[in-house]
Design a protein around this ligand. Structure first.
Ligand code: 5RP
Length: 292
C-alpha cells in the first residue's frame, strides 16, 4: 500500500487542459491501439464529432420484456436511422436486427441474474469471444459492480473480456452498475470509472452526476452516459446536454428513448446535442417542432 500519511496535495483535474495523448486518432485513450481496435472504435465514435449516440435495448437480459421493448421487430426499424450504435444481447441482435445493418454494435456479454433476485451483482461472462467475432461486433459490454457483493466476479468478467478483446482487437465497454444501495455521487463514479478504465476497458458507461466534468477528466477513455429511468423529455435532453458539456463523448440511452411517445424524434434530438452542438433548449425546440 502506498503510504498516505501526511498526504497534502489537493486533487487537480486540469479541467482547462485537453487530454494529452490523442495522437492522430479521434477516440480518447486509443492512440496506441492497433488498427482493428481503431476501426471498431471508429464505427462507434463518429470521426467528425468524436461522439456517439448509442441505443441501449439490452434490458431483456435481466428484466424480460420491459415496457417499450415488447416488440423489437417493430421498434428497431423506426430508430436505426437516428442512432450510431445498437447495444443489445446476441439473442436480440440475431433475431431482430437485419444483418445488413451497417452501424456500430455493442454486444452485451455479461449476464447471470434476473429481476427475481435481490442482488443482481453476480454475473458471468456469458458470450464466447468466437461468437462476438462471428457477429462482427464493435465492442463487448460487461456490467461491473464496484463495491457490491459480486465485485470480484465482475472484475474477473471484465478482465477476461479485456484479455480476449485485446487478442482479437475487440474493444470492451465497461458498464458502471448502480445497485439499489449504491451511491450516485461523483466520488463513487470517479472510483468506479477509473477502476474500469485501469483494468483495460476502452469505453466506460456511467451516469451523469454533480462534478461530472471531473469524472470525465480523470477517466483516460471516453465516457458514454447512461440514460437511467425515464425522465420527461425536456429533462432528459438537459441531462444529455450537460453530459456532453461535461466531457462525455456520447449517450447510451435506453428508456429515455424507447419509453418516449416519440422514440425516433427523441433519438434525433439527442443526436443534435451529441453531434451538432445543439443546446438542450435547441434540442427541445427540435423535438417539440417534430412532434407537432
Ligand atoms: C444496464 C445497462 C443498460 O444498457 C442500461 O441500463 C439501459 O439504459 P437505460 O438505463 O438508459 O434504460 O447498461 O446497466
Amino acid at each position: 500500500m502506498a503510504d498516505l500519511e501526511g498526504l497534502k496535495v489537493e486533487k487537480n483535474y486540469y479541467l482547462d487542459k485537453p487530454f494529452g495523448v490523442e495522437g492522430n486518432f479521434h477516440v480518447k485513450g486509443a492512440a496506441n491501439l492497433d488498427w482493428g481496435m481503431k476501426k471498431r472504435l471508429a464505427n462507434i465514435f463518429n470521426p467528425k464529432s468524436g461522439n456517439t449516440v448509442m441505443f441501449a435495448f439490452d434490458h431483456g437480459y435481466f428484466m424480460g420484456s420491459v415496457s417499450g421493448l415488447e416488440r423489437l421487430d417493430i421498434l428497431l426499424p423506426k430508430l436505426i436511422d437516428h442512432v450510431d450504435v445498437l447495444m443489445a444481447t446476441r439473442g436480440a441482435l440475431r433475431t431482430c436486427v437485419k444483418p445488413d445493418f451497417r452501424k456500430g454494435i455493442a454486444l452485451r456479454a455479461s449476464s447471470g441474474s434476473s429481476m427475481l433476485n435481490d442482488d443482481l451483482s453476480h454475473e458471468i461472462l456469458a458470450v464466447d469471444i468466437e461468437d462476438a467475432i462471428r457477429m462482427d461486433v464493435d465492442c463487448i459490454a460487461v456490467q461491473t459492480f464496484i463495491g457490491a457483493d459480486g465485485q470480484l466476479e465482475s472484475i474477473d468478467n471484465l478482465s477476461k473480456a479485456v484479455n480476449l478483446g485485446s487478442r482479437y482487437s475487440i474493444p470492451v465497454l465497461g458498464v458502471v452498475a448502480v445497485g439499489k444501495n449504491m451511491e450516485r455521487t461523483d466520488q463513487y463514479f470517479k472510483l468506479a470509472t477509473r477502476i474500469i478504465a485501469e483494468l483495460g476497458a476502452n469505453i466506460v458507461k456511467t451516469y451523469y452526476c454533480d462534478k461530472f466534468e471531473e469524472v470525465a477528466a480523470a477517466c483516460p477513455v471516453p465516457i458514454v452516459v447512461a440514460g437511467g429511468k425515464k425522465l420527461p423529455e425536456r429533462e432528459a435532453l438537459e441531462m444529455a446536454y450537460h453530459s456532453i458539456q461535461g466531457g462525455a463523448r456520447g449517450l447510451d440511452m435506453g428508456r429515455n428513448i424507447f419509453q418516449s411517445y416519440h422514440p425516433a424524434v427523441m433519438a434525433g434530438a439527442i443526436g443534435k446535442i451529441v453531434h451538432k452542438k445543439f443546446t438542450d433548449k435547441e434540442a427541445w425546440e427540435y423535438y417539440s417542432d417534430k412532434i407537432k
